[in-house]
Write a protein that binds this ligand. Structure first.
Ligand code: ADP
Length: 592
């Protein structure tokens, strides 16, 4: 799934909203879970509280039976009008009550009428009052050795009553009851984290660590219950009203309770049935911690979900960015490739143009060379051809006149012309075909001397001189003897040609290192000529005196030897040509 950045945010935001909504919806059931957990934890202190209560009740249980055994009580019951006996019993009961810290100890006859009481001296004394309607009385009368009952008193307090039958040896003649109104029972729960209540089978609160809950009803009173209470006066009827509570079941033994006393209070109530008394003891613990736990768990879950979503968001954004970057990269790559392709095409076109131009130039150069050559050749050949024609025509005329001597002279001239043309043809052949002849070590001095010797004839007839300074030691160079000699001879001829105007020209030849320097005192080489003089068929000489091939051929020969041919104008006037050759190594010299 590929989402745009905005869609991604919207998607994540809706997930966050859904997570928050689900959290809010889940809070009540999460709370219930923690309430149930709390109820489970509360069962242990609840059992302890029940045990403490049972122990407290059992402590006083044997008391009425022990007191009832005193003979004086049965005596008084058989002689109720015996004032002395009554006074004695009253005092006896008072002392007993003080000793056991009971709020009262009193004796009733079988009709329920109180004969004597520890409180006989007090204005609100039970003496004379009839308690036959009390359950503890009827139970004791039926023989129960220790009957225990809690109920409201006429004073509005709640009392804890124990009763036992009084016997005269054979039959029950009365009932002895002990009343405690200190909360010896409820005090055992003090200091616990939870509140405790004890309810009877009608869900009236008999005991409570919350004093204002005494004798309140946990559920609405039925008409019948109301009548029963009115009959037995177990509870102060004027105080009986329902506690303002709403309960929700958490389990069989646990409930959530909302108490509306001024402010709403949430409690977890855990119940335990006490079959001995047909009571139910319940613990009431505040739900603050459970609610806090539920909220904390929810926040943790929400936080985890949010973190997860943040991670998801980061991942999606990163993937989006990566994709964008990839697309950008691809686009850039394609653009680059396109640019390279078009540049390559440009270059290829340029190269093709260049090649074409080069070919054109070569072609043009060839044609130019050809043009130059045909011009030079026609120059060179036309003159002897014209001469040959003239000599031949004259020879015919001489032969007609039988002047054979003259005709022979002309034929000789024709023969010379043919020789000259043959020389031209040899030059051309040499230029066209440059045989790759082998090179070897040469003594430079020998070659120079041989070349000078060839010129002896020209020098003898035409005047002029060659001043040669040979090297002091042998100079071995690499080359071919005849070809190098031809080069030097050519340079010497050119030098003499350049000084043709002079009466006593001198050519200075020196060997310096592996170079041969040929210097004249002629006009030197002009700028324009220096650029062309090595070209084939370039000459400034008149027809018959030069074909323009000498320097070109020489240049190529020296090049073949791996050397160089260069020209310059000497500072003291005239031109100086230099042939520089490669020195032969001692091994090469030894090997020849
Ligand atoms: P050619 O001697 O047949 O003219 P080269 O190739 O030997 O042919 O010489 C070409 C040209 O170079 C000559 O025509 C001349 O103009 C110039 N040249 C050669 N040597 C000299 C020199 N020593 N002094 C002046 N110019 C020279």
């Amino acid at each position: 799934m590929l989402l745009s950045r905005r869609n991604t945010f919207a998607f994540i935001a809706s997930l966050v909203a859904a997570a928050v909504f689900a959290g809010v919806m889940a809070l009540p059931s999460l709370e219930r879970h923690y309430f149930r957990q709390q109820a489970e934890q509360d069962t242990v202190p609840l059992k302890l509280a029940a045990e403490s209560l049972r122990a407290a009740i059992d402590r006083y249980a044997p008391l009425p039976a022990l007191i009832a055994e005193r003979g004086i009580l049965a005596e008084l019951l058989t002689e109720p009008d015996n004032a002395q006996l009554l006074a004695q019993v009253n005092e006896d009961l008072r002392q007993t009550a003080t000793a056991v810290r009971a709020s009262d100890v009193f004796l009733m006859d079988i009709t329920g009428k109180t004969l004597a009481a520890a409180s006989y001296r007090q204005p609100m004394s039970f003496v004379g009052r009839n308690f036959s309607y009390r359950a503890y009385f009827s139970q004791a009368l039926e023989g129960a050795l220790s009957s225990f009952q809690v109920h409201g008193t006429t004073t509005g307090e709640h009392g804890y009553f124990y009763a036992a039958p009084v016997e005269d040896g054979t039959r029950i003649v009365g009932v002895l009851a002990v009343k405690f109104n200190i909360d010896a029972f409820e005090s055992v729960w003090r200091g616990a984290d939870s509140d405790f209540i004890v309810t009877d089978r009608n869900d009236f609160i008999l005991m409570s660590s919350r004093p204002d809950w005494h004798f309140r009803a946990m559920r609405p009173l039925s008409e019948r219950t109301h009548q029963v209470i009115a009959q037995y006066l177990q509870y102060p009827i004027d105080r009986i009203e329902r506690l303002p509570i709403t309960t929700y079941d958490l389990s069989d033994t646990a409930q959530y309770v909302d108490v509306e006393t001024g402010q709403t209070e949430g409690l977890v109530m855990t119940r335990l049935h006490l079959p001995d008394y047909d009571w139910t003891i319940a613990s009431l613990s505040p739900t603050t911690l459970a609610t806090l736990n539920a909220v904390r768990t929810l926040l943790l879950v929400e936080l985890s979900v949010l973190l997860l979503l943040a991670g998801l968001l980061a991942f999606m954004l990163k993937r989006g960015r990566q994709r964008e970057a990839f697309v950008r990269e691809q686009r850039a790559k394609r653009a680059l490739e396109d640019a390279v392709t078009s540049r390559t095409a440009d270059l290829r076109r340029a190269l093709a143009d260049l090649e074409r131009t080069q070919m054109d130039l070569v072609q043009a150069g060839k044609l130019a060379g050809l043009g130059k050559m045909s011009a030079a050749l026609s120059h060179e050949l036309n003159q002897p051809l014209a001469a040959v024609k003239a000599y031949a025509d004259n020879a015919r005329a001489f032969l007609k006149r039988k002047d054979t001597a003259q005709a022979d002279e002309n034929l000789e001239s024709i023969s010379k012309m043919a020789d000259r043309m043959a020389t031209i043809s040899t030059h051309l052949r040499n230029f066209a075909r440059r045989p790759q002849q082998a090179t070897r070590p040469l003594l430079l001095n020998t070659v120079v001397q041989d070349a000078i010797a060839v010129l002896d004839v020209r020098l003898a007839t035409g005047g002029g001189r060659i001043e040669y300074t040979p090297p002091k030691a042998d100079v071995w160079v690499i080359g071919g003897h005849v070809r190098l000699q031809q080069v030097i001879l050519n340079l010497l001829n050119n030098a003499l040609d350049a000084m043709a105007e002079q009466s006593a020209p001198v050519v200075r030849v020196t060997v310096s290192g592996t170079s041969v320097l040929v210097r004249d005192t002629g006009p030197g080489i002009g700028e324009e000529i220096s650029q062309q003089m090595f070209d084939p068929f370039f000459t400034t000489k008149s027809p018959g005196n030069g074909l323009g091939l000498g320097l070109s051929i020489s240049y190529n020969i020296v090049n073949d030897f791996g050397g160089t041919l260069a020209a310059r104008n000497h500072p003291e006037g005239g031109a100086e040509f230099s042939v520089t050759l490669q020195a032969a190594t001692p091994e090469e010299i030894a090997a020849q």
